[in-house]
Design a protein around this ligand. Structure first.
Ligand code: IDP
Ligand code: MG
Length: 135
């Protein structure tokens, strides 16, 4: 396996529900390293670029509306197999089906408002980190 970087976002529902600390605490306890962090309210353009792969799907406009609905916390985390480790800890997309012990499994029920985003591959991580940490 390999040392990797990944992009993690606490979505607007996670911020509103005061779960930022919980998400950070879990990844820190696991042994991943927090490299960068910023709070920002996404604009529509940035959200559209981030979710470009979902354009055309029935949930796309709702998703962009949701992710631009308030502040999010965007982060870079790194460590051994950081991409897959973070995805495993987040749980499956639909929190109603996500395993207990995962973030989505422990804190959610709604398939759209599922608390966190995490890159699905090292290539996605590079792309997403470039979008959210442009400087
Ligand atoms: P992921 O976040 O687990 O990678 P994706 O399939 O990439 O899941 O979907 C991106 C985001 O779009 C999800 O995290 C969720 O917020 C939203 N989403 C996915 N599928 C649905 C759906 O069927 N209805 C509403 N929103 C959805
Ligand atoms: Mg995805």
């Amino acid at each position: 396996m390999a040392h990797q970087k990944t992009f993690i976002m606490v979505k607007p529902d996670g911020v509103r529900r005061r779960l930022v600390g919980e998400v950070i605490a879990r990844f820190e306890a696991k042994g991943l390293t927090l490299d960068r962090l910023e709070m920002v309210t996404p604009d529509e353009e940035t959200a559209a670029v981030h979710y470009a792969e979902h354009r055309g799907k029935d949930f796309y406009f709702g998703l962009v509306d949701f992710v631009t609905s308030g502040p999010v916390v965007v982060m870079q985390w790194s460590g051994e197999s950081a991409v897959s480790v973070a995805r495993l800890m987040m749980g499956t997309t639909d929190p109603a089906a996500a395993l207990p012990g995962t973030i989505r499994g422990d804190y959610g029920l709604d398939i759209q408002q599922n608390i966190v985003h995490g890159s699905d591959s090292p290539e996605s991580a590079e792309r997403e980190l470039g979008i959210w940490f442009a400087s």
